[in-house]
Design a protein around this ligand. Sequence first.
Ligand code: COI
Length: 370
Amino acid sequence: MPTENHNFAFANNPPIMTPPIDIPIELTTSSRLPEIDFSNLEFGKHTADHMLTVEYDNGVWQQPRIVPFGEIKLSPTSLVLHYAQTVFEGMKAFKMDDGKVSVFRMDKHYKRFLKSLERMCMPALPEDIFKEGIKALVKTDKAWIPNIEGGALYLRPFMIATEQRLGVKVSDKYLFMVVTSPVGPYYPKPLNMKIETEYVRAAEGGTGYAKCGGNYGASFLPTQLARQQGFDQVLWTDAKEHKYLDEAGTMNVMFVIDGVLTTPPLSTSILDGVTRDSILTLAPELGMTADERRITVEELESALSEGRVTEAFGAGTAAVVTPIQSISIRGNAYQLPEWNNDSFMVKVKNKLGDIRHGQEADAKGWNTVV
Ligand code: COI
């Protein structure tokens, strides 16, 4: 389907905004914070008091602002509503032991956001709007970071196409926003997974590596069907042959097979997970060899049936490190061994937590203190 050509800066060529960036803040007059029970948080149900918002119009980013959280006005013909030109990020801010607040791996998230924007033919967001905007927003709502085990302020930067048009075209207008939400663990219990060999999440050359809304909408039906069969999540396989493992849609997947941390390599159908990358980076420090390689369903099934898979888990910003307790392959369910304090997944989760909360030195420079 042909689309009209529009001349604006694409994600691989970010427009420069003249620093220093000034972000006016309009504070709420009635905080909702007293209504929130931090000991009973449903992921993403509550949003903090403020949000960041900035518009893009015909090649120019406008003034970013922090305003009280609230509804936005959209025309029913906004392109995003019809053709799903939208991308997002998922990040977290943590309260550190010394009382400071930090955002985890801001740079890696920004770079992934740019890649997603490029794939969806959307304009690059200047680095200072993303980074300074998030820092100012997190600072404004730092009281919303829950002080509970596994708690964080989840940050949801996103961009939508707002031009009013029903013709299939690349939008000339966009809205970038960041909303935040106090969260606990995304999956409160270990997962029963089903290897999906009928439906497809993403094909090579498609949008699987981009964090775009369509990838998630397309996974709803197969996930719903799997839930009706008693599973929590599906583990996607490649679109061509259903032969190789990809990812789980809300998280990347990792296994310890024959004592080696093994995970599918990045491709155009897999999201470049920030937690995945952090775990692979930290693995050697925990004495674990890591191998990024294609894993066939057949290999996984043999290894499971021979007891050579000692650990299986999901890794993601929301999921953090979530244990998988069973994997079903074409109707055969394989149970994973119980994990304990010596399990790699427990050790790496603790190490990540220690870095994020400042209990361990941030040797990689992953924390941005706001
Ligand atoms: C994340 O881990 O941040 C995600 O975006 C996964 C899901 C909550 C959509």
